[in-house]
Design a protein around this ligand. Structure first.
Ligand code: CMC
Length: 428
């Protein structure tokens, strides 16, 4: 017999079905609750609310497990490539060799962006934060590809939008950086792989030879894999909810980029490095900052620590910590900020406040250190996260559409004034 939950309110009882996922996760399906009882549930921040059923990413926060389409993040980071992972997330299976070659070739041949996008870029002041520029440029694609505006028009058209977006995001990201520093942009070099092409657009200078260091390109590829999806987080939920109104893919992803920007989400990687540098400038006293993080009257938080879902080590953080050591070693870099990070981590893992609240380092604690070693400037850290998260956003948007999900529209409990009579301004 199907499992049910019973909700009793006063003298009435309501039976609610229990839904079980493939990993035995259970949820009470309350979709009929308001119609049968007039009640809604209240859950600020959706801490206990499943917004959807999804077959893309499995995450067990207690056990520290993360899998894309069933494949473990550890295996994918070690054995796969970012574009292969993108294919896996978006189409649901690992590609056969021929299909993958076609996919890569399609991505490679859409890397150029319309020259008029350069005029939009020129309209931004230098020093503009690249995340704001990136979100705007992605949104501008709706103007260059008006046929993409209606996602219901054709499945082939949607697939083309998907490939265009994966191909063009690195170009736009590198151009957003060039705008920030006031330098001329570089055009894509389609002879290079995805990450090498991005690095060349970021760092090549006219009239100087630029050779991509494979250590840097490989490390970047791994970082993008680790960020590629993370089920129903803030930016992904944003992408799904914007898309649920049948807004286009480009409009939905532009919104996701904005949601990612905040320091409690993707912006944490920039905030972590700024915090570590601040601690270093202040003499490197990690204990002082631990005390600040625990002081409820101090707004300071230990950035890169804690996670809404992981109540154990973030598996991505484990891989990144090791990768940070490897990359620094291979590039012969000695970063004092890494020592401060390790010092903070060591204290936090033993500290009662952090242990009690299950606050562990998250993906962003060490990623900034690798980005710095790779030469990526701090303002671009969250852009790197966006590059990595793109296939996940696309896969989730596509799944939401294929499942014909209804428009996202939460309810509320109203706490404002009851009806008041209007008083004209001269009588107030
Ligand atoms: N430093 C100090 N105290 C913390 C921290 C922190 N980084 N994170 C959580 N706490 C405390 C918090 O004050 C609260 O204490 P109390 O129970 O005494 O009120 C308790 O731990 C629970 O925190 P919460 O804010 O209710 O938890 P949440 O699930 O709403 O927030 C979080 C999760 C990630 C926003 C939060 O841990 C945080 O702000 N961390 C720092 C920012 C960060 O690193 N974000 C990146 C997340 S990983 C990348 C991504 O996927 O977006």
């Amino acid at each position: 017999m199907a499992e049910k939950a019973t909700l009793t309110v006063g003298d009435k009882s309501y039976e609610l079905p229990i839904v079980t996922g493939t990993e035995n996760e259970k949820a009470i399906d309350i979709s009929s609750l308001r119609a049968s009882s007039g009640l809604i549930t209240l859950d600020p921040g959706y801490k206990n609310t499943g917004s959807t059923s999804s077959a893309i990413t499995f995450l067990d926060g207690e056990k520290g497990i993360l899998r894309y389409r069933g494949y473990s993040i550890e295996d994918l980071a070690e054995k796969s490539s970012f574009l292969e992972v993108a294919y896996l997330l978006i189409y649901g299976n690992l590609p056969e060799k021929n299909d993958f070659e076609t996919f890569k070739s399609e991505i490679t041949h859409h890397t150029l962006i319309h020259e008029d996008i350069k005029s939009i870029l020129d309209g931004f002041p230098s020093n503009s934060h690249p995340m704001g520029v990136l979100s705007s440029l992605v949104s501008s694609l709706t103007a260059f590809y008006p046929e993409s505006l209606d996602p219901n028009r054709s499945a082939i058209g949607v697939d083309l939008s998907i490939k265009r977006l994966i191909a063009k995001l690195p170009t736009m990201a590198a151009w957003a950086f060039k705008n920030e520093i006031g330098h001329p942009v570089n055009y894509p070099d389609n002879r290079l792989d995805y990450c090498s092409n991005f690095l060349k657009m970021m760092f090549a200078v006219p009239s100087e030879d630029y050779e991509v260091d494979p250590v840097i390109a490989n490390a970047l590829d791994k970082l993008l894999i680790l960020h590629a999806d993370h089920e129903q987080n803030c930016s992904t939920s944003t992408v799904r909810i914007v898309g649920s109104s049948h807004a286009s893919l480009y409009a939905s992803i532009a919104a996701g980029i904005s949601a990612l920007w905040g320091p409690l989400h993707g912006g944490a990687n920039q905030a972590v490095i700024e915090m570590l540098e601040g601690i270093k400038r202040d003499g490197g006293d990690v204990n002082k900052y631990m005390a600040k993080a625990k002081d409820k009257n101090d707004p300071f938080r230990l950035m890169g620590f804690g996670h809404r879902v992981y109540k154990n080590f973030d598996p991505r953080a484990k891989i990144i910590k090791k990768a940070a050591d490897d990359v620094l070693d291979k590039l012969g870099i000695d970063d004092p900020v890494l020592e401060i990070a390790k010092g903070l981590e060591e204290i936090a893992l033993r500290d009662e406040y952090f242990v009690e609240r299950k606050l562990y380092p998250n993906v962003d604690f060490y990623s900034g250190i690798i980005y710095r070693a790779l030469g990526i400037p701090t303002s671009m850290f969250t852009v790197m996260f966006a590059l990595g998260r793109l296939p996940g956003w696309i896969a989730q948007w596509k799944e939401m559409r294929e499942n014909k999900e209804p428009i996202g529209r939460p309810r509320q409990v109203y706490t404002g004034n009851q009806k008041v009579d209007f008083v004209p301004i001269d009588k107030r």
